[in-house]
Ligand binder design. Sequence first.
Ligand code: ZN
Length: 170
Amino acid sequence: MHLSVFPPLRVLVASAVIVYCASASSVAAQDSASTQQSRVQILVNDLGDRLGIPDVIHVSIVPTNARLMSVEPVEHEFELKVEDGWADALDDSELTAAVAHELGHVWVFTHHPFLQTEQLANEVAMRLVSPSSLARMYDKVWKRTHVQGDLARFLGPEVARGLASPEPAP
Ligand SMILES: [Zn+2]
């Protein structure tokens, strides 16, 4: 009679452990997303100020983004969507370059909306970041997305020529 109590108890303990693990990992995932969000948001706010962009740009960490990081107008604001894990794959100068590029798109959008190109976004970005940090960022983008990109198209032929041998990361 007493022994029959044990199997159900064991089942209870086992399921309690599973529930605990599931909630611990989703808490960790939320922590990771909010850490990534604030790391990117701080850069967005700082670089946005330095580029004289008055618009509100809200950073969201999303499960997937085919472009890894992208920006789009939403109502009277902008939303910068970053694929979960992408910010963690970049060092500070690469992430700064990536954010400066997206803010370059915002700047072009609000000043010359019909001239939107990757190269022009990077011309704006290069007011704040070095060509070599953009080149290192693109290298990681292209490796991760299995794309063979052309730096000359993104940075302009002259800048790309000057980067024939990118300097190593500091
Ligand atoms: Zn772009």
